[in-house]
Design a binder for this molecule. Structure first.
Ligand SMILES: Cc1cc2nc3c(=O)[nH]c(=O)nc-3n(C[C@H](O)[C@H](O)[C@H](O)COP(=O)(O)OP(=O)(O)OC[C@H]3O[C@@H](n4cnc5c(N)ncnc54)[C@H](O)[C@@H]3O)c2cc1C
Ligand SMILES: NC(=O)c1ccc[n+]([C@@H]2O[C@H](COP(=O)([O-])OP(=O)(O)OC[C@H]3O[C@@H](n4cnc5c(N)ncnc54)[C@H](OP(=O)(O)O)[C@@H]3O)[C@@H](O)[C@H]2O)c1
Ligand code: HEM
Ligand SMILES: Cc1cc2nc3c(=O)[nH]c(=O)nc-3n(C[C@H](O)[C@H](O)[C@H](O)COP(=O)(O)O)c2cc1C
Length: 1065
């Protein structure tokens, strides 16, 4: 046709075409990735069919024209059709049964009928709430599983008066099990590549499942026919309803088809919506708080009624926004009625399927702006929602074939949200959890667990009464109370109760919290609770010390403290927390000058403003200039324990510097070695050294992600390392432990070490503790006690006092001291209790999912230098560990999303990019460039990008030089290099290169460039200074204010909008 432009498609393979492009477990990952690469439209040739995938608003708007495009059940829908024939979901439009059922059932899904189902929906939601209440606050809830039970039980009850009672049995009802397997197989069948006999077993199971589904539904139907009832459910509507057009009733087989159809179409979708909604709320504390406040204001503590359902605009916005960013049905299929040109240029034939990729179209920046990928319920409040362009939000499908169950799902989801937010506070079970997907017919979060604690001091039986609409006796007189049991309680200790709460991403504050908890029993306290701050959202205990230890991240709370901070920020009045006695210790890094210690300071002041009593002054540690453990110990000894002794009449003495003595250790040497049974997540695919012999080593490692993990270029990989073998050997040697010795640790105090189980000593020393942290003063005092040698005593005492600076400067560890002073006879248990737990290290991912969505690469510098202590080499724990890995090795990893701003701009076609990196700081930018190269190879035209890269010498540590040269040729990047140790180089450092290219930088700035900076903190500072210099010159030329203060404010104000930096030492 004239004006036709070819639809881009990836290079395919004979026979299977593009099948290999699709991730079998998570096809959506491939569909999105291909859309990122090829743009708004692409074609895939799959066995026996051609699929054109569209993902921009403008194309989808056009596809919603029912005169040109219609739904024809193909692929998985065709397979489901074998079980439910021409039921509503799988029928062809022209089939008479579709028309009859559609017209009979439309009124049954109308507002009046759905209101009539409220009580039964309430019944099932209440069962869910009671189950969670009885679990208690520390039970990890399998969120999608429990919402699936909710959706299934609600549908079965409201559609046919049948109770699956999923909350009361651990086994799935046979109908539910059959349906799950049937749906999974229906999804697999279209992608079969082997002859049919190969799948005999699967086929037999598939038909058997269909038989189970149909027999059960037939029985329900017969039962109702035999015992007619006046229930106002969908079954009654189907039995009694008359099609106004034909005057016909629905046939029995059509009723059976549709009974099963409702369960199929309605259960995964609604449970997916609720699961994603809770995930998003937990990740967005501000939205969580607003949603809960709305429930509190509109419904209060009383019974929830059907009238409330339309009075919760914020909850509605949360559900809409969830369906936008996390559509459970991510894609649906259409067919062109006849050959047609889409967007006036893409030829679509009627024999091919059109995939409407709403998950991607819902994030079209042309409609939703540059922050389209972010969850922001505000944009879905009624007013902006109603102003959205036509067909911009399509989670329920389109037109005549749109979802008939939408009002049903809406009422059910609104009610469940309201009941749950009214009565519970939620936290992520793993605060570091980031969304992983599971795909069957629909999408759901995978591995998403949360914990629920009852609000307002409610007990489970009080909740039962409230849900039943009965009066309940008032909550605990304290007003703010703890719910249920505590996560960590020291058994067998008397003493005054104490709560310890922490906000921590990478484990420093968590281990400080553990330290204080271990110490408490020696000071006359017992730990009533040790948990992360979010578990105290909305409830702080009174009448006992509450110790809060927290870090800040870019001025924001750590992942597990965001809800708590949002809560205390919202507290009004000076008495809200009266009776709470607290103290705060903050850990920060001075390099984040603007937001140094922001969160601990904020918590300290907010609690005080809300009427809580500060029992000890705020303590602060700067990990940029010292060591958190050391500063913490000084605060504990100098401020915290003495203040507590004064307030509570307990002892402030360091009663027992050998505090670990209550860790009892038994060492055995078994004759046979026991194999380790580590459960490892990531798999090493390959490793290579990027630097020339003699240069400081930088390496590249490729890792297969755990199957459910996804990532974006710019994200991080957290790696849980193992201590370098030579360091473990030093410890083993010092404690005279044979290599096969086993250790059993028993402790009646809180310990992060595995207790009451026999483990190899090298495993404990290798995997559980940090061996190279500087010794604290208290550690050294412990060593003094453990030696009889007077000289050693004196030397150590000096180190713990006037020479302590030396310990810090040289990073002298306890192990270093034990080696230096052989007379110290320290029990192994005491040594272990002195060490902080092993923590993860983060690495910028240096690949793009467009290269491979299930593999990541890292680019890292090996830290290996003569130890500052003068004793041997300092081997960086994680970098040495990763450098030692070989292909086939497994390791513990997790993807951690980076700041929302640290990703390629959404509008890659029009937003130029400048990246500035030195050394291993190139990591995220390799991912960016790889992504751009993939897009260009797919035929997209991108705005220009420049990489300023600093290294030492050409051909020596000029990382990825060959790859970058290829990518430069393809137009994915322009590289400007600075060589710090090559006297002939044009630029020495990246900042010199920026200044040298000032004109180009300014020009890019004017055209809306987005800048990214990555490397060591020092590099970050140098780049900042260079940009400010360029800006100053420009300001001068334009006669504007060019003071340092003004420029500094200007630059800070642009953070995370015009530029994003990821810098760390
Ligand atoms: C968000 C983020 C992304 C990152 N991305 C990357 C990346 O892509 N690539 C990369 O290479 N790194 C990256 N890093 C840094 C990385 O996380 C680690 O910090 C780094 O690899 C060192 O870890 P390690 O376990 O090997 O060293 P550790 O065992 O943690 O040792 C480091 C500590 O030892 C101290 N030390 C240094 N030299 C000596 C010495 N001679 N004697 C005694 N003590 C010494 C240091 O001051 C430091 O406190 C990133 C960091 C962050 C926060
Ligand atoms: N996302 C992140 O936060 C992230 C990601 C990756 C890496 N990193 C961190 O970045 C750092 C990079 O270390 P590396 O070992 O890869 O680097 P490197 O090899 O030691 O240095 C690379 C280049 O940077 C130069 N340089 C040193 N100080 C500089 C300064 N103040 N301004 C500009 N250039 C400077 C060096 O010059 P000389 O010849 O003068 O030394 C060298 O040419 C590490 O600390 C790593 O942990 C962070
Ligand atoms: C949040 C929850 C839900 C979502 C996101 C959702 C989404 C959708 C979508 C996208 C379609 C169109 C599919 C296509 O074009 O192939 C659809 C159709 C359908 N849905 Fe839903 N749905 C939900 C809940 C429900 C519920 C609770 C029921 C039943 C009570 C239901 C019953 C149906 C039926 C019968 C169809 C087919 C309509 C027809 O073609 O006539 N859905 N749904
Ligand atoms: C990405 C990043 C951002 C940070 N932002 C801040 C900050 O804004 N203010 C601050 O005082 N410290 C900041 N820090 C330093 C941390 O608070 C410090 O590393 C602390 O030890 C982390 O504690 P944790 O291990 O318990 O999470 C930041 C650290 C990182 C890695």
């Amino acid at each position: 046709m004239s004006g036709e432009v070819p639809i881009p498609e990836p290079p395919g393979l004979p026979l299977i075409g593009h099948l290999a492009e699709l991730d079998r477990e998570l096809p959506i990952r491939s569909f999105i990735s291909l859309a990122d690469k090829y743009g708004e439209i692409y074609r895939l040739r799959l066995p026996g069919r051609s699929l054109v995938v569209c993902s921009s608003h403008r194309l989808i708007d056009e596809l919603c024209d029912e005169k040109r495009f219609l739904k024809v059940p193909k692929g998985a829908l065709h397979e489901i059709r074998q079980g439910v024939h021409d039921g509503l979901f799988t029928a062809r439009l022209e089939e008479p049964n579709w028309g009859i059922a559609h017209r009979v059932l439309m009124p049954a899904f109308g507002p009046v009928s759905i209101r009539g189902m409220f009580d039964e929906m309430h019944d099932i939601s209440s069962q869910l709430a009671m189950k969670w209440a009885r679990y208690g606050p520390h039970h990890p809830i399998e969120v999608p599983d429990d919402f699936t039970r909710l959706a299934l039980d609600t549908l079965a009850l409201c559609s046919m008066g049948y109770r699956f009672n999923s909350y009361y049995t651990s086994e799935l009802h046979p109908f539910v099990a059959a349906m799950g397997d049937f749906l999974t197989e229906s999804g697999n069948r279209p992608n079969r590549t082997m002859p049919s006999w190969f799948y005999r077993k699967e086929d037999a199971k598939y038909w058997q499942d269909i038989e189970t589904l149909r027999t059960t539904a037939d029985e329900v139907l017969q039962e109702r026919k035999n015992h007619p009832s006046d229930r106002k459910d969908l079954l009654t509507a189907m039995l009694k309803g008359v099609d106004p057009k034909t005057g016909q009733h629905m046939s029995d087989s059509s009723i059976t088809d549709n009974l099963i159809t409702f369960l199929i179409a309605g259960h995964e979708t609604t449970s997916g919506l609720l699961s994603f909604a809770f995930y998003e709320l937990l990740k967005h504390p501000e939205a969580y708080r607003k949603a809960q406040q709305e429930v509190d204001m509109v419904i209060g503590k009383g019974p929830i009624t059907v009238e409330h359902m339309s009075k919760l605009p914020y909850i509605a916005a949360v559900l809409r926004e969830t369906l936008r960013v996390d559509s459970p049905i991510s894609q649906y299929a259409l067919t062109a009625k006849e050959e047609t040109l889409l967007a006036g240029k893409y030829l679509i034939r009627p024999d091919e399927t059109i995939g409407v990729l709403i998950k991607k179209a819902h994030c079209d920046p042309a409609v939703f702006g540059a922050d389209a990928e972010q969850f922001k319920p505000e944009r879905m409040l009624d007013e902006p929602f109603n102003k959205l362009p036509k067909n911009a939000w399509k989670p329920f499908g389109n037109g005549l074939r749109g979802c008939i169950g939408r009002p049903f799902a809406w009422q059910e989801a609104t009610l469940a949200m309201a009941i749950l937010l009214q009565n519970f506070n939620f936290v992520l079970d793993d605060p570091g959890y980031s969304l992983a997907l599971k795909q069957t017919l629909t999408l759901k979060p995978r591995g998403f667990r949360m914990r629920a604690s009852l609000r307002d001091g409610l007990t489970a039986s009080q909740l039962e009464n409230r849900l039943a609409g009965k009066e309940i006796s008032p909550a605990s007189p304290q007003g703010i109370v703890r719910n249920g049991s505590n996560s960590a309680t020291t058994n067998g200790h008397s003493g005054k109760p104490m709560t310890v709460l922490y906000g921590s991403n990478s484990g420093t504050c968590e281990s400080l919290a553990q330290r204080i908890a271990s110490e408490a029993s020696h000071r006359g306290f017992r730990i009533s609770r040790l948990d992360h701050l979010d578990t105290a959202n909305g409830s702080l205990p009174k009448g006992e010390p509450v110790v809060i230890i927290t870090a800040s991240y870019e001025g924001q709370p750590p992942d597990n403290a965001a809800h708590f901070v949002s809560w205390i920020e919202s507290l009004k009045g000076e008495t809200a927390l009266e009776g709470v006695q607290y103290t705060v210790f903050g850990v920060g890094h001075r390099e984040w000058a603007q937001t140094f210690h922001r969160i601990p300071k904020l918590i300290d002041s907010k609690l005080s403003e809300a009427g809580a009593t500060r029992i000890a002054d705020l303590g602060l540690a700067d990990v940029g200039s010292g060591d958190a453990f050391v500063d913490f110990e000084s605060w504990e000894d100098g401020v915290f324990w003495p203040a507590l002794a004064k307030q509570y009449g307990t002892s402030s003495d360091e009663s027992d510097v050998l505090q670990g003595a209550s860790l009892k250790v038994t060492v055995t040497s078994p004759r046979s070695s026991t194999l380790r049974q580590d459960v490892m997540d990531g798999l090493v695919v390959s490793t290579r050294t990027l630097t020339a012999e003699g240069e400081p080593v930088k390496k590249h490692i490729e890792i297969t992600l755990p199957s459910d993990q996804t990532y974006r270029a710019g994200d991080y990989l957290a790696v849980l390392p193992i201590n370098p073998k030579p360091v473990v050997e030093r410890a083993m040697r010092r404690f005279h432990l044979p290599w096969d010795s086993h250790v059993t640790i028993s402790s009646d105090e809180i310990s992060y070490l595995p207790t009451n189980t026999s483990l190899p000593a090298h495993n404990i020393l290798g995997a559980y503790v940090e061996l190279s942290q500087p010794a604290t003063k208290r550690n050294i005092a412990g060593l003094v006690e453990a030696t009889k040698d007077q000289d050693a005593k004196e030397a150590l005492k000096k180190l713990a006092s006037e020479s302590y600076e030396e310990v810090l400067a040289k990073r002298i560890s306890v192990l270093d001291l034990l080696e230096k002073y052989p007379s110290v006879d320290l029990p192994l248990g005491v040594f272990l209790s002195m060490l902080p737990p092993m923590r993860v290290r983060q690495y910028s991912i240096s690949s793009s999912p467009l290269w491979n969505p299930s593999h990541v690469t890292l680019t890292f510098s090996l830290l290996e230098a003569p130890s500052k202590s003068g004793q041997g080499m300092h081997l960086g724990v994680a970098s040495t560990y990763m450098a030692s890995l070989q292909p086939g090795d497994t390791l513990h990893v997790a993807v951690r999303p980076s700041h929302a701003a640290f990703h390629l701009p959404q509008d890659v076609e029009n937003t130029p990019v400048i990246c500035v990196a030195a050394g291993a700081g190139i990591a995220p930018f390799r991912g960016f460039v790889q992504e751009r190269a993939a897009m260009i190879a797919a035929g997209r035209k991108l705005a220009p990008a420049t990489l300023f890269f600093g290294c030492r010498r050409p051909g020596r540590d000029d990382l990825y030089a060959e790859e970058l040269a290829e990518w430069e040729k393809e137009g994915a990047i322009r590289v400007v290099r600075a060589y710090s140790r090559d006297p002939g180089a044009k630029y020495r450092y990246v900042q010199d290169a920026l200044l040298g290219e000032e004109e180009a930088v300014l020009e890019a700035w004017r055209t809306g460039v987005k800048m990214f900076i990555c490397g060591s903190r020092a590099v970050g500072d140098s780049v900042r200074a260079a940009v400010m210099r360029i800006a100053r010159e420009e300001a001068r030329r334009e006669g504007k204010d060019d003071s340092d203060e003004h420029l500094s404010e200007w630059w800070e104000g642009l953070r995370n909008t015009r530029y994003a930096s990821d810098v760390f030492d």
